[in-house]
Design a protein. Sequence first.
Length: 240
Amino acid sequence: MSTDDWKRQAAEQALSYVEDGMKLGLGTGSTAAKFVELLGARVRSGLNVVCVPTSEATRAQAEALNIPLTTLDETPALDLTVDGADEIDEELRLIKGGGGALLREKIVAVASDRLAIIADHTKRVDVLGRFPLPIEVVPFGLAATKRLITKLAEDSGCDGEIKLRLGSAGKPFVTDNGNRILDCAFGAIDDPEALDDALKLVPGVVESGLFLGIADIGIIAGPKGIEVLSGIEIDFEEEI
């Protein structure tokens, strides 16, 4: 089986948690897109849900599939969000933001009763940091913000190259919120909580791609089947 197949398997498993009448958050990225695709088929078959997308790309996909959409202003409390991750460890700590939607992803996740992460086995790590950590920052004072991130990261035991993410034509990548992304190649992040606390001290940082204490379940598909990581007791009617 291919990585694409494993992503679909994880998405299919997450779909079993969706119940009629739920208010859902829809994640961003290639794995989350599998879930949105499958959800669209269920909606066509009569499933009644309303959803909040975490990016304009996900919004466009959901609209094309005629999935009913709302906003967090209209529906501030969600039942379940299903999203992907760039990395996930055994404690359900995540690195997200490879697609540049980390701020909206975190806002939607925290507004949800449950966050289910779906991923293929290549995203499973023992220690976070193999994937560069994305940090969303405001454009103003970018050099000063980068300098302070470097200093505080070093104080937290993290050292590595920090690059401004570029988009098309070599221009800076712009998030859906009009911000920039710094990709931090720190390598192993031995104390994610300390780094997360340090980044919160930087005025120009909007949000980091560290998702700590937010995910409730991880559904990871690979050659050996599906691995389920659960941080708390799951109270869905249907369990894996």
